[in-house]
Design a protein around this ligand. Structure first.
Ligand code: COA
Length: 185
């Protein structure tokens, strides 16, 4: 639970985006965007249907997760009108100096480069502020748009994990990507 002495979660900026902590009143917007079946179907984290209460429960974990150095989660918002368009986060393992990157963008905002912008900034944060050595991510093999994002930010394809995940009762292959601090420019 956030208290006055809480560690302040970071806010990052790019030319077009502000990446800020989620607040509980973002929950209806999260439920609307992440509640789209097309957004949920290629993510492991999102169920469907996705209720406002699920979004509230998820957002309520962020401060504690940050304080325990387990995760850092950003709301992706547009700089020009502050609209919330998606989410991106790092699941941290500070002992190993690694993190896993995950994200979704609301469907009306796809293919405008927003995910790539946010991922680049969050990798920069991971390597410079958190001093991590490696960030990894994976995507369903049938989700090439996510693979493009990983490639565009300089992550390397490291292999295919066969039937690594089960989503809605079906097993799927995933593509594994990673990037080292020494490779990030
Ligand atoms: C994957 C996702 C986050 C991408 O977000 P986005 O903001 O549209 O990403 P960007 O615009 O930065 O880049 C998308 C790239 O994929 C490309 N792309 C889109 N659909 C594609 C397809 N079917 N096949 C191949 N490439 C595709 C785009 O053209 C773009 O590449 P380009 O700049 O080289 O043209 C978004 O589609 C999404 O949220 N999907 C549902 C949730 C999800 O899958 N999350 C990721 C879990 S690993």
């Amino acid at each position: 639970m956030a208290t006055r002495s809480s560690k302040k979660r970071p806010t990052l900026k790019t030319e077009r985006l502000i990446l800020r902590p989620f607040a509980l009143n973002d929950a209806p917007r999260v439920a609307l965007l992440a509640g789209d079946r097309d957004v949920a179907k290629t993510t492991l984290a999102l169920g469907h249907p996705y209720e406002v209460s699920s979004a509230e429960n998820w957002i309520a974990t962020h401060q504690e997760g940050f304080e325990k150095s387990k995760q850092v989660v950003f709301a992706i918002t547009l700089k020009n009108n502050h609209e919330l368009i998606g989410a991106m986060g790092l699941v941290l393992n500070l002992d190993q100096e690694i993190a896993e990157l995950g994200y979704w963008i609301g469907k009306p905002y796809w293919s405008r480069g927003y995910c790539t912008d946010a991922a680049r900034e969050i990798l920069h944060f991971a390597f410079t502020k958190l001093s991590l050595n490696r960030v990894h991510a994976h995507h369903f093999s049938h989700n090439p748009a996510s693979g493009r994002v990983m490639q565009k930010v300089g992550m390397r394809h490291e292999g295919r994990l066969r039937q690594h995940v089960k989503k809605w009762g079906e097993f799927f292959d995933v593509e594994a990507y990673g990037i080292l601090r020494s490779e990030f420019v």
